[in-house]
Design a binder for this molecule. Structure first.
Ligand code: HPA
Length: 263
């Protein structure tokens, strides 16, 4: 069965137990080999990829984003739901809320951001007017509304380099710049998915307020605890979204590179 849908599980989302008939797959790509799981849900084949590897062993700045996205492309995936634990800069977006980001700000530093490295691949400047697929965001919003969970259909996700948390001064700056959420992984993942013409949606789960807004110091343990407390909602949301997903895509993601602005 062709695999059209993938879930990228971020911090706190390590098992694909919404799926049945789960099997391990290894996919080799020009960027390295990727281990993932494939299973079935409601007659559809779904891939589940652990972003941080087995046992959360790969920190955000060292994730092999290109290999991960290339592997999903290789499998035939067209739609990606990517989960992310995030801090919030927006008092309306509190711990336990879902936010489906529609924009990002990029403050990463040491990552491979593109499949197009010049030479034979050319020099490509990819449009980022709608970085996150608007159709998938709509599907997630419908799913969240049906489930009755608290969600926000729009939000600007600031990607910080990590792996440290931010300073209060950085959080203040990100907020001034229009950020709502801060996390460490959405860029370059979303960009690479677009370069491969895949639809990509972000499912952010707010685990804490950003440093300086939060009354306490931040810990990874706190992030894990909030993720664990909301794991069931996240699972239900992913299942509902998959069941509502129309396999025919009407968005522009699939033609994103048609008119490659190659020089
Ligand atoms: N900052 C960055 N990444 C995060 C945070 C945060 O406050 N919470 C969860 N992931």
């Amino acid at each position: 069965m062709t695999i059209r849908i993938a879930i990228i599980g971020g911090t706190g989302v390590y098992d694909p137990n919404i799926l049945t008939n789960i099997r391990d797959e290894k996919v080799s790509t020009p960027y390295g080999e990727v281990g993932l799981k494939v299973g079935d849900y409601q007659g559809r084949s779904v891939a589940f990829l652990n972003r941080h590897g087995a046992g959360h062993s790969v920190p955000p700045h060292l994730v092999n984003y290109r290999a991960n996205i290339a592997a999903l492309k290789e499998l035939g995936v067209k739609s990606i739901f990517a989960t992310a634990a995030v801090g919030s800069l927006n008092l309306n977006m509190g711990p336990g809320h879902f936010v489906f980001a529609d924009q990002f700000l990029d403050f990463t530093k040491v990552r491979q951001h593109t499949f197009f490295e010049g030479g034979e691949q050319g020099v490509v400047h990819t449009d980022m007017t709608d970085p996150y697929c608007p159709e998938l965001r709509q599907v997630l919003s419908n799913a969240a509304a049906e489930l009755g969970v608290t969600y926000h259909k729009y939000g600007t996700y600031v990607t910080s380099e990590g792996p440290r948390f931010e300073t209060p001064a950085e959080i203040k700056m990100y907020k001034l710049l229009g950020g709502d959420l801060v996390g460490m992984t959405s860029v370059p993942e979303v960009v690479l998915a677009r370069e491969k013409e895949m639809c990509y949606a972000n499912i952010s789960m707010v685990t804490n307020y950003g440093a300086g807004i939060s009354p306490t110091k931040l810990t990874h343990q706190e992030v894990l605890e909030v993720m664990a407390a909301n794991a069931e909602n996240l699972r239900k949301l992913a299942m509902k979204a998959i069941s509502l997903l129309d396999p025919e895509r009407g968005c522009l993601c699939q033609d994103a590179m048609e008119k490659l602005n190659k020089e």
